[in-house]
Write a protein that binds this ligand. Structure first.
Ligand SMILES: [Zn+2]
Length: 313
């Protein structure tokens, strides 16, 4: 199939006619941002845009989303929907003639570059004034209870937020192989909260958590979550019930030995994963550890000495 070169500038023109000047534009990704009309006019009652550029449009994937009000005001969907709501029938008709064909191989969602919350405070670098905060005492209590040592804090640049969207959460950041932030997990250090974990939206299929710390020549532990991974050397958390596509491929191509250690109550999942990985090039290189039903790696502080690392049929 011949890939078709599309001139997107008429689409950008329509978007500018409707939404005003764009704020940012990445023509390689086809991503362009504008002030969100809902945020500016409906929510804030402004006559002009709010200058934030929260509305992101990807004209290659025909989608848009406001990073601020998409959940509360349904400000996301197809560009068709966007133009239908804010444009003229003429603009809509023009857009339909110009828009690229839907391609099943392309992702349906667009993702924002993950950044650490701006309120993030690294626990290995807390200023004197902050140590007086009650939240600092709370986070320290939690860290102690979970047996997270200073060494672990340093190695993983663990921090916390006492303010903002991730307030009262311990944050474990993830950096890619070049040391660039690509994800984080936020675990509440308070009891009785609805959401134990709060994580940023990200294309998890493309993330290997803290890849820069992994030595692919050494045995690699596959564990459930980031809070397990910090207790073992060379461990990668799955960030969900299954391996990401990127991690599966990387393991298949590079791993010399894989050791699966999931929570004690997830033995069936662990077995399934074992059989999924133990084939082809990886045959015979996959091992598994069975933990007691009520235990996870954090409970054991990463000490697996009492458990057999085995292979199964
Ligand atoms: Zn908005």
């Amino acid at each position: 199939m011949i890939s078709q070169e599309i001139d997107f500038s008429p689409i950008i023109e329509i978007l500018e006619d409707i939404l005003g000047d764009y704020k940012m534009h990445n023509d390689y990704k086809g991503q362009i941002s504008f002030d969100c009309p809902v945020c500016s006019y409906e929510i804030k009652g402004l006559d002009t845009g709010d200058g934030k550029g929260n509305l992101e449009v990807n004209y290659k994937y025909n989608v848009y989303k406001c990073w601020s009000c998409s959940e509360s005001h349904d400000t996301h969907g197809s560009i068709y929907k966007l133009i239908k709501k804010y444009g003229t029938p003429r603009q809509l008709k023009k857009y339909q003639l110009l828009k690229p064909e839907e391609n099943e191989d392309q992702p349906k969602k667009i993702y924002k570059q993950v950044k650490l919350p701006k309120e993030f405070i690294s626990l290995s670098n807390v200023s004197k004034g902050l140590t007086l905060l009650p939240q600092y005492r709370q986070v320290l209590n939690y860290i102690k209870k979970r047996n997270i040592t200073e060494e672990i804090i340093k190695k993983f640049n663990i921090g916390f937020c006492y303010d903002g969207e991730y307030a009262n959460r311990v944050i474990i950041p993830s950096y890619d192989e070049d040391g660039k932030i690509n994800y984080f997990t936020g675990r509440s250090y308070l009891t009785n909260v609805k959401l134990k974990y709060k994580n940023p939206e990200a294309e998890k299929e493309q993330i290997i958590f803290n890849e820069y710390l992994i030595n692919w020549d050494n045995p690699i532990y596959i564990v459930e979550g980031p809070f397990d991974s910090i207790f073992l050397d060379n461990a990668i958390p799955m960030l969900g019930k299954k391996l990401s596509e990127k991690l599966s491929i990387k393991l298949y191509e590079t791993a010399k030995k894989i050791i699966i250690v999931l929570d004690g109550d997830a033995w069936n999942d662990a077995e399934r994963l074992y059989h999924k990985l133990n084939c082809g090039k990886l045959m015979g290189k996959v091992w598994i550890v069975q933990l007691p039903k009520d235990k996870d790696i954090a409970d054991l502080q990463g000490n697996l000495n009492n458990f057999k690392i085995k292979q199964i049929d």
